[in-house]
Design a protein around this ligand. Structure first.
Ligand SMILES: Cc1ncc(COP(=O)(O)O)c(C=O)c1O
Length: 369
């Protein structure tokens, strides 16, 4: 058996005719930049996520950058984030002139620890950037309480968490704004780069709207320094079509995760993500099924030989461990996690018998090692 980690070609082929129809429709109308398909998608997205405003951006990184700018994060400010994230989160902070300050994760679900956030707050702290890694929302109630007590902004990095909920609320509910990525491997992916930023706050929305398009307001007048962070109208049209299947796709991921949970939970050398039984307030969408494994590298090689592709996220490095950037952080749980983390396949084309095969091979590995 051969099990891939990504299935990009299958994703296209499944709805090939629809995608070709959309391509033809948009191109024959010459509707490329800031057109009605983008507006339609933004409306559908805000409806789906129960948020007042959604703005399409050219990717999740630029969504973070304009999110920081709209919240007046500037040179010399400090922003607290986990080091367990993609470089984009820290880069966005750096690129607006602020300083990324790393908080540790908790080892229960590998998300940013609220206690650690509290310890990192200084006079210069202006914002918290929680990252909902793997499709699980951080403890936003507690984070919101800390932010309110210290008058800090919250910019949620929801690149991986579309559709996930914390106490029945989607990404974006608790923060001043929240971002999403539509990178092809994401739960809702487009055919290239894409992203969005969400907010319930009208004045933040107005700024985001202008920042995305060189400072222009709805009449075309330039109100502030902005950039080009627009989502292509064509990508928006594809995304609007794919959004219709999002619930189904999330359910499929949740079913696969459930099988992994049941099959693997007796292996003492593994630490799984806490499933729904552990924390009822989290509705996870499983962008990734990432576990901690003893003997991780050997396990990866063994599965590879058995035809199973796995992935070690971000080249096996937390952001502060990227040598060239010369960053500092005292985050022992994050270091512990990155020595062990490994992601098992969880795409929507995965068959139940393939998931069972993966579990069988993992069990076999730990019988020997
Ligand atoms: C946690 C996180 N933040 C930010 C990003 C950046 O998104 P994009 O690649 O769309 O710029 C990603 C993308 O993988 C991500 O996983």
């Amino acid at each position: 058996m051969k099990i891939n980690f990504f299935e990009y070609k299958k994703l296209y082929n499944e709805y090939k005719k629809d995608f070709q129809r959309i391509f033809d429709d948009v191109c024959s109308r010459g509707a490329f930049i800031l057109q009605e398909d983008l507006q339609d998608f933004e409306n559908s997205l805000s409806k789906f996520l129960n948020i007042k405003y959604a703005i399409g951006t050219n990717d999740g990184t630029n969504a973070l950058i304009i999110g920081l700018l709209a919240n007046d994060i500037n040179y010399g400010d400090e922003v607290i984030l986990p080091s367990h994230t993609y470089i984009a989160t820290a880069a966005a902070i750096k690129l607006v002139g602020a300083k990324p300050v790393f908080a540790d994760i908790n080892l229960k679900d590998n998300l940013v620890s609220v206690e650690s956030i509290k310890k990192k707050i200084t006079k210069k702290t202006k914002a918290i950037m929680p990252v909902h890694v793997n499709g699980r929302i951080c403890d936003m109630k507690k984070i919101k309480a800390v932010a309110s007590a210290h008058k800090l902004k919250i910019i949620e990095d929801g690149a991986q968490s579309i559709g996930a909920k914390f106490e029945d609320k989607f990404t974006g509910y608790y923060g001043d704004c929240a971002t999403i990525s539509f990178y092809p491997a994401k739960i809702l992916g487009c055919f290239g780069d894409g992203g969005a930023i969400l907010t319930n706050n009208k004045s933040i929305y107005t700024k985001l709207y202008q920042l995305r398009d060189h400072g222009r307001d709805t009449k075309g007048d330039i109100k502030l320094w902005g950039t080009n962070a627009r989502l292509d109208n064509l990508q928006a049209a594809f995304l609007n079509f794919k959004l219709k299947n999002l619930k189904k796709d999330i359910n499929k991921r949740r079913r696969i995760a459930h099988i992994y949970d049941n099959e693997l939970n007796s292996i003492t050398n593994l630490k799984l993500i806490p499933g729904p039984k552990f924390k009822k307030q989290n509705y996870d969408v499983y962008q990734n099924y990432e576990i901690c494994a003893e003997n991780r590298d050997k396990l990866k090689n063994y599965l590879e030989r058995e035809g199973i592709r796995t992935l070690i996220q971000w080249n096996g490095k937390a952001v502060h461990q990227i040598k060239s950037l010369k960053l500092k952080a005292d985050v022992p749980n994050t270091v512990h996690f990155f020595k062990r983390c490994i992601m098992l396949p969880i795409h929507t084309f995965l068959k139940e018998k393939e998931v069972m095969y993966i579990c069988k091979k993992i069990k076999k590995f730990y019988e020997i090692h």
